[in-house]
Write a new protein. Sequence first.
Length: 212
Amino acid sequence: MVPLDNLLAFTLASVVLIVIPGPSVLFTIGRALALGRMGGLLSVLGNALGLLPVIGLVALGVGGFVARSAVLFTILKVAGALYLMYLGVQAIRHRNRAAAQATGAGLPRSAWRQLGEGFVVGVTNPKTIAFFVAVLPQFVDLGAGAVPWQMIQLGLVFFAIALVSDAVWALVAAGAREWFGRSPKRIATLTATGGGLMIGLGGLLLFTGNEH
């Protein structure tokens, strides 16, 4: 078990990091604007679930290897950024379809697809690996033993905080979408705006080092 003092300190550090708007928040807002409340929340859940395999790999030491390998880190970084930009382009391309769905017409997008897209974004985020590799060891008590298990515990704390925080951002953004009314033209514009945010986020991840 992680000592209580270490756990509280890590929780505080995670809260400070997560609540500050960054790439994860921009992704959440972009998806909620593009897809509405349910799409935003499913994307948040998928993104959070993408953290779980990362947490497991970091606990096993694989995350550190990826973070130290310039080639692997760059490949993962570029793949994640390009996928975000692809989602943004798709949102812009299908903005009129999204407007039709928001006003009660058309077929809804698959919930599993929305969840899966969020998962891909979460699991391909090299910044998360870098954060866990750099921060987790500082809060692990080597004397308490079971270091991988301690890392998993800390990772799950981060997972829970990120899930709640991003869900709040998704609800706020979705509320703003509904506040603009159910006009197809306005919904189409908001959907395109969300797509633009995701494209911008993809470009941001290619050239910056923000963690969350």
